[in-house]
Design a protein around this ligand. Structure first.
Ligand SMILES: [Cu+2]
Length: 188
């Protein structure tokens, strides 16, 4: 009898609040960005109150190309830099965060944690043609559009936000009102 009462209490605590949160407090931002290569753009919410879990993300160097070419991350994310080539690469960053990981070859992984928000250009001092961008963002409400330029940012807490579309170093912005359910349109 006692055990059954505890079970009922857990059900009430566990399921009740979950349903309410997901059903009525968050909306979506969806739209289209017009750009020559929309998959290389990033659409993001500038600031959403709260602190967010850092991620661990991988960047590879293949055939003298950084993969991916554009990498949006949450502030505090550690990026593992791999080298899949049989030659030496170097990774250094310039811009809002500056670092130099030195030179290394295949099989070795080096890391950098991106704690400063902003835009960081990745370069290799061995191969001048190698370049990539890391966008260090305050929150995880960001997305990269598909090849048609369409994007959708989901589960955004209801409220008014500035959203930004970054493409090749340039940023456009607009203000949206995210509803408690459903979606708001934003086109760039
Ligand atoms: Cu290189």
């Amino acid at each position: 009898m006692k055990r059954y009462a505890v079970y009922l209490l857990l059900v009430a605590l566990g399921i009740g609040p979950g349903i309410r949160l997901s059903a009525s407090d968050a909306g979506q931002i969806e739209g289209t960005i017009s750009a020559p290569k929309p998959t290389e753009a990033v659409v993001y919410v500038e600031k959403v109150p709260g602190t967010y879990e850092a991620q661990k993300v991988k960047v590879d160097q293949q055939n003298k190309v950084f993969m991916p070419y554009v990498l949006p991350v949450v502030q505090g994310t550690t990026v593992e830099f791999h080298n899949s080539d049989t030659l030496q690469h170097n990774v250094f960053g310039v811009g809002d965060d500056e670092f130099d990981l030195g030179n290394w070859t295949k099989g070795i992984v080096r890391e950098h944690t991106f704690n400063k928000p902003g835009e960081v250009t990745l370069l290799c001092n061995v191969h001048q043609e190698m370049e990539a961008t890391v966008l260090v963002l305050q929150n995880p409400y960001f997305v990269q559009p598909d090849s048609d330029g369409k994007f959708r940012i989901t589960d955004v807490p209801a409220g008014e936000y500035v959203i930004k579309a970054w493409y090749r170093g340039k940023t456009k912005k607009q203000t949206v009102q995210v509803p408690a359910s459903g979606s708001v349109a934003a086109n760039f």
